[in-house]
Ligand binder design. Structure first.
Ligand code: PLP
Length: 381
């Protein structure tokens, strides 16, 4: 049985055009980008070109791009790398950040920083009054994601950034999920740093970037051979970086076509879900066009994911990184969703290759699974 993939917020398939760009650097073009010979020059040129492509998709300058091993490292680089040059103060992050923002912020807390979690409303949108309340206290660093990985809800980062700027706080946004699904403009977001990841946009796993305002006193977390202007030591992962660049170029070129196409498929899905009694989280506020996060009362999300997988459909149950434990999603709890309903959450995230037929097939399979589970529950009572 061919499985249909509806978990693109967890990771995406490599675009064949990206693979083409990467292949020579996995094989004959083996040069180290720091070497002076021809092989090194070819590798350096590939990294430089990728730097231009990554900068271009967010409207930044190539010199602002610091390549990392992915979104996790870029988020860690901002939080740890900024804190390294500061005295402990207040760090404020939204209550729905990915663990790779929350965990380094918690580390700062252990080092004497004050950690403030910013509230979200019941739709998963950041509470601007709480941002103001946080900023009333001197705040050194603030991080609010551009789009949430579970709900897909888009945050008004520009408004938060404007407030942060007025209050003298340095602002970062994790744009990993937003890239390639909505327009992401560094300058329009009022941030000093922004995180990207290649494998969410049909690029390879293990490449990402922190795009930074060059005036920041950012310190390296990984010291080494001085690569990336000394901000990220380590021989550049040339194939992955070249692939990341190509993926950015493709993503930028097709955003205007892809985004409405995915939105129409999501609409088709959610019309079907509504007839089955699903609760859809964040349904009434701006969301990424590809994401639908829903639950059915009385049905466990993990069970639904497993049963759908047996039926040939891959969906996620909340954040991929935390789906091994059984705790309800922290994002949903922060939105005030009851734990019982939150345990039912299933994340459906569309990608460029999905079709209306696949969505219809999914709805049919879901209907069958729900019927079976509900019958089993009725018998058990
Ligand atoms: N930030 C968000 C919002 C994510 O969804 C993810 C991936 O799940 C990451 C960061 C981590 O990125 P990476 O997998 O490239 O380390």
């Amino acid at each position: 049985m061919m499985h249909v993939y509806f978990d693109h917020n967890a990771s995406t398939p490599l675009d064949p055009r990206v693979l083409e760009v990467m292949l020579p650097f996995l094989h004959e073009q083996c040069g180290n980008a720091s070497s002076r010979h021809e092989f090194g020059t070819v590798a350096r040129k590939a990294v430089d070109r990728a730097r231009e492509q990554v900068a271009a998709i967010v409207g930044a300058q190539p010199a602002q791009v610091v390549f990392t091993s992915g979104g996790t490292e870029a988020n860690n680089l901002f939080i740890r790398g900024m804190a390294a040059g500061m005295k402990p103060g207040q760090v404020a992050v939204s209550g729905i950040e990915h663990p790779c923002v929350t965990a380094p912020a918690q580390d700062l807390q252990r080092q004497g920083w004050k950690l403030r979690k910013l509230k979200v409303n019941c739709d998963g949108q950041i509470d601007l009054a709480d941002v103001d309340a946080a900023l009333a206290e001197k705040t050194a660093l603030m991080s609010v994601m551009l789009a949430n990985n579970e709900t897909g809800v888009i945050q008004d980062v520009a408004a938060v950034g404007e407030r942060a700027k007025r209050a003298g706080a340095l602002m970062h946004t994790d744009a990993v999920q937003a890239l390639g699904k909505i327009a992401v403009e560094f300058a329009a977001l009022n941030v000093q740093a922004l995180t990207l990841s290649a494998h969410k946009i049909y690029g390879p796993k293990g490449a990402g970037a922190l795009v930074v305002d060059k005036r920041l006193d950012l310190r390296a977390v990984l010291a080494g051979g001085g690569q990336e202007r000394g901000l990220r030591g380590g021989t550049e992962n040339v194939p992955a970086i070249a692939g990341f660049g190509a993926a950015c170029e493709i993503a930028a070129a097709r955003l205007a076509e892809l985004s409405p196409r995915l939105a129409a498929l999501r609409e088709r899905l959610e019309r079907g879900l509504a007839t089955m009694g699903a609760v859809i989280f964040g349904a009434h506020v701006p969301r990424l066009p590809n994401t639908s996060y829903f639950a059915f009362r009385g049905i466990h999300g993990e069970t639904l994911v497993i049963e759908l997988d047996k039926a040939g459909y891959a969906v996620g149950s909340g954040a991929a990184c935390s789906s091994t434990d059984n705790a309800p999603s922290g994002t949903l709890l922060a939105m005030g969703v009851e734990p019982e309903l939150a345990r039912g959450a299933v994340r459906f995230s569309l990608g460029a290759d999905n079709s209306a037929e696949q969505v219809d097939g999914f709805l049919q399979a879901l209907s069958g699974v729900l019927q079976r589970l509900r019958t089993m529950q009725a018998v058990a009572v």
